[in-house]
Write a new protein. Structure first.
Length: 276
């Protein structure tokens, strides 16, 4: 878990912090080595660990649940069918545990295992959470989406890597675009317009639907619009599945990674290149 937290602090995102090794953590280690100008063998060797662990801060901290944390509002029985989703006012978190897991970049199973006695329903309750640190602040000039590696790398104007995020990028049925385009803008809490004739069919839903905003919507908590119609970079309702399941042609990140990126892109200036 400590390795994942330190990588997250260094803006080489492992996706969800879950305390387990895996492909997304391996990608983050490789990206961190590149960001630091170290030997690019992708391994968590002594040189990489010495640099990474120079941050001696603890990987976890205590957090006290607030009145707002407990109140929500939440949607415990969130439907998966789009027609049922469209009837709701908001596609909110299911409960405080899910909300807090995302706030601290964690897998929900990990936050629960760290706090086996917590009910996440009591104001003033103290829990243990990951301490991922602050988001990057450097503006992004160029983004490279590597379909073969399942990752997104954002660069500053001087060529330095600002951040690396694991990403779900298209599928065989709905591949992501190729070539170069630009960021048009971004929207927090986007409404999702479902149109089976333009994109894909979900279940038996053959009619257009408007789904309300919320972190558990199909595109998560943020949408970064690209200059090619219908394509974007966005969040997800299932952060643990990043680069493990397919997307419908777009670039899917964890909600927190997408939110951080949305604050760094420059509308009509930031270039997005798809490769691989």
């Amino acid at each position: 878990m400590r390795v994942q937290v330190l990588l997250d602090r260094a803006h080489a995102s492992p996706g969800v912090i879950d305390g387990r090794s895996g492909g997304n953590t391996d990608k983050a280690v490789r990206a961190y080595g590149e960001m630091q100008g170290l030997k690019e063998d992708g391994a968590l060797n002594e040189e990489v660990w010495a640099k990474l662990s120079a941050d001696a801060g603890p990987a976890v901290k205590t957090y006290q649940l607030t009145k707002e944390d407990v109140a929500g509002p939440y949607v415990p029985d969130l439907p998966s069918d789009y027609a049922e989703m469209a009837k709701l006012d908001r596609l909110a978190y299911r409960d405080a545990a899910e909300m807090l897991a995302e706030r601290f970049h964690m897998d929900e199973a990990l936050i629960r295992s760290l706090n086996p006695e917590a009910d996440f329903k009591t104001e003033g309750q103290t829990i243990l959470v990951a301490d991922p640190g602050a988001d990057p602040e450097t503006k992004v000039d160029r983004i490279v989406v590597d379909k073969s590696k399942g990752e997104l790398i954002a660069y500053a104007e001087d060529g330095r890597i600002v951040l690396m995020d694991p990403a779900t990028i298209g599928s065989e049925d709905t591949p992501s675009p190729s070539g170069t385009m630009k960021v048009k803008g971004s929207a927090r809490e986007p409404i999702y317009e479902y149109d089976p004739k333009k994109n894909f069919q979900q279940g038996k839903n053959r009619k257009k639907l408007t789904l309300p905003p919320g972190p558990n919507g199909p595109v998560g908590s943020v949408w970064i619009d690209l200059s090619k119609p219908t394509y974007g970079i966005h969040g997800t309702p299932e952060p643990s599945q990043i680069d493990k399941t397919a997307s419908h042609g777009c670039v899917r990140l964890t909600n927190w990674d997408a939110e951080a990126l949305s604050r760094l892109v420059k509308p009509l200036e930031t270039v997005v290149e798809f490769k691989g």
